[in-house]
Design a protein around this ligand. Structure first.
Ligand SMILES: [Zn+2]
Length: 85
């Protein structure tokens, strides 16, 4: 009989990991502390037309914000607490 696959998941920038609920939350907190947006929520250009653009990037991995790591970590906290801290 083939054993069932381990209860792992693909974690952005870490790869495939098997984590306990406590380890997931620890890792999520670490990721949210390192992956941060690089600017204010909305930046308004001083040119006509006045368009509010959201062109923030992650200061850690330089991907468009929210990056995949921050999105994963936020979802972990939502799963655990019902909201993101
Ligand atoms: Zn990032």
């Amino acid at each position: 009989m083939v054993p069932p696959p381990p209860p792992g998941e693909v974690v952005p920038s870490y790869g495939y990991l098997v984590l306990s609920p406590g380890e997931r939350l620890t890792l999520a907190g670490h990721m949210l502390a390192t992956h941060q947006p690089d600017g204010p929520v909305v930046r308004v250009g001083f040119a006509w037309p006045f368009i509010a653009v959201n062109d923030r990037r992650c200061t850690w991995c330089r991907n468009a914000w929210p990056c995949s790591a921050a999105s994963w970590a936020e979802q972990v906290q939502v799963d655990a607490y019902g909201w993101a801290l």
